[in-house]
Design a protein around this ligand. Structure first.
Ligand code: SF4
Ligand code: SF4
Length: 250
């Protein structure tokens, strides 16, 4: 995103809309319409910190239409893909961060008995995340031989899904958040939690952990003993398919 300093009147309204604090006021010398130059206060966007979320353009209501979207080239397009809710991922044709695969398990049946779906949501407003930190987590969990979700755009950013190594040219891209999504055998959960507790000290962002599974035939949660055993909090969200999504699997 960029600001036309000739149009900006320095009102500062757009600053509070930016979720990663990438907009600030500065003094600039600008040409007068008749002759000469003057110094005035204008807003500028820190190009390296901007996550291309589009919020300032759509929501700030700039009184002079000074904010504009420049043409994005790869790898900067990664920022928009992960941060702008209106950008659609090619792999899944879903907007936002481009995946709903774990949430539709009752229809797709990706994770059967004995398997657990895992989503690691890296980054939040204010902190955001660089893709290099997303890679660190992916490379750490890859030692468990996880199965990455092919319809998740983060998987398509990997140069090697066996190691979780990302393509080098996108590692510095900054995004609001990115979701790593994969399946593991349920008995691997303790190893996964140990890995995450180590890697969380090595990244410059935050992450949350989502887990999806089928319940046991007796209604109990097969992942709960592992989660509680690791000292983590079980916060279940149940989902019952009332027939609006036709199950693709028995
Ligand atoms: S809202 Fe528009 S005019 Fe006001 S500071 Fe931001 S870019 Fe400049
Ligand atoms: S596009 Fe988003 S991240 Fe970039 S300056 Fe605007 S609000 Fe901030």
């Amino acid at each position: 995103m960029q600001i036309d300093e000739n149009k900006c009147i320095g009102c500062g309204v757009c600053i509070s809309y930016c979720p990663v604090n990438a907009i600030g006021l500065t003094e600039r010398e600008v040409p007068l319409t008749i002759k000469g130059k003057e110094r005035k206060q204008v807003s500028v966007i820190n190009f390296d910190e901007c996550a291309e979320c589009g919020v300032c353009l759509r929501s700030a209501g700039c009184p002079t239409n000074a904010i504009y979207q420049q043409e994005l080239q790869y790898p900067r397009t990664i920022r928009s893909l992960m941060s702008d809710v209106l950008t659609i991922a090619e792999e899944s044709q879903i907007s936002g961060r481009g995946t709903e695969e774990m949430k539709t398990n009752e229809v797709t049946g990706r994770f059967k008995q004995g398997m657990t779906g895992v989503a690691i949501e890296v980054g939040r407003p204010i902190t955001g995340t660089r893709m290099v930190d997303v890679e660190k987590i992916a490379m750490a969990v890859s030692v468990l031989d996880v199965e990455y979700e092919p319809c998740n755009p983060v998987t398509s950013m990997m140069a090697d899904v066996a190691t979780g190594k990302f393509k080098d040219d996108l590692l510095n891209e900054k995004v609001l958040s990115a979701i790593i999504e994969f399946g593991v055998r349920t008995e691997q959960l303790p190893d996964l939690f140990d890995i995450l507790k180590t890697v969380e000290t090595e990244i410059d962002s935050v992450f949350s952990l989502d887990i999806a599974c089928l319940l046991n035939p007796d209604g109990s949660n097969p992942t709960a003993p592992y989660i509680e055993g690791a000292g983590l909090w079980v916060a279940p969200n149940g989902k019952t398919n009332v027939g609006l999504g036709r199950p693709l699997v028995k």
